[in-house]
Design a protein. Structure first.
Length: 289
């Protein structure tokens, strides 16, 4: 007699699923990629330059969809070079920007000085290492984590975010593989002979929130990613580092993959792709008691 099929658990632990997927993701070899080291100033500068042109529409849509006022105190987790904090600053009372990358914090502080922004305080730490009692100044009206949810224990991270908010929490995270991740998934095995493991997505996030008793709202939004370069040599050097290309055969594989993706805008060489991300948000009075 054939054994009975294994049934999936009725109530899976979504936090454990997140942990497993995040751990596999972090084990992928692309994390040797120096272009993702946000302590390096040149990486932060490239990200800032790209984000100011590429993400203008997304940033304005993001800000426009938040319940903020001139009296709002905002906590921005994973603030980067100020992608949200800088345009938010004139619209709110104050912002605390949490960002672990030394290069990112340097760019954010420079932008604040240049633009005369005085209501943003930066804290160079990971969210996991933040002690609300000593690092934060009470609760905030709005807590934001935009495309920065890389914590291994997402349940603990979310509980701390929820506790830090007196009113609302806004999360933004990937629904499907973003363009840059699809490139890794396509290329990693041909280049290196091993599988690429994508990170956990919004389905896990929503499951963790549900199991915390937080019944969040969800909205799907388009996400466009562009890489812009002034020369083919610059483009090749960037992706060579990103995909850890070391041999002539690997370079041929990479070049064959990139060639049909290349197009031009004026003098710039562009590679771009579309995906979807989710806006997940809740008000504190919607938490189950």
């Amino acid at each position: 007699m054939s054994p009975a099929p294994i049934q999936p658990p009725i109530n899976p632990d979504w936090n454990e699923i997140w942990k497993t997927r995040q751990s596999l993701h972090e084990s992928s070899k692309h994390f040797d990629d120096p272009s993702h080291n946000w302590n390096r100033r040149e990486n932060a500068e490239r990200y800032d330059y790209t984000s100011r042109s590429e993400y203008d529409d997304r940033v304005m849509t993001t800000i426009g969809g938040m319940d903020i006022t001139k009296n709002s105190r905002v906590l921005d987790i994973g603030a980067g070079p100020g992608t949200l904090a800088i345009p938010l600053a004139p619209r709110v009372k104050e912002i605390t920007a949490i960002e672990p990358g030394e290069g990112m914090v340097a760019i954010l502080n420079e932008r604040m000085r240049k633009e005369g922004i005085t209501n943003v305080t930066t804290i160079q730490k990971r969210w996991e290492d933040i002690d609300p009692a000593s690092d934060l100044d009470g609760q905030y009206d709005v807590v934001i984590a935009s495309l920065s949810l890389t914590m291994e224990d997402i349940r603990m991270a979310l509980q701390k975010m929820n506790a830090a908010s007196r009113d609302s929490v806004y999360l933004f995270w990937f629904v499907d593989m973003p363009f840059w991740e699809r490139m890794y998934a396509d290329l990693w095995k041909p280049l290196h002979g091993s599988e690429y493991h994508p990170g956990p997505k919004a389905d896990c996030l929503f499951g963790v929130l549900y199991q915390l008793g937080i019944y969040a709202n969800v909205e799907m939004l388009p996400l466009k990613k562009e890489y812009r370069f002034t020369t083919l040599d610059e483009m090749t050097a960037f992706f060579r580092r990103r995909f850890n290309v070391m041999t002539e055969e690997q370079e041929r594989v990479m070049a064959d993959y990139l060639k049909p993706l290349i197009w031009t805008i004026g003098p710039e060489i562009v590679i771009s792709g579309d995906s979807t991300f989710a806006k997940i948000w809740w008000r504190k009075d919607r938490k189950k008691t």
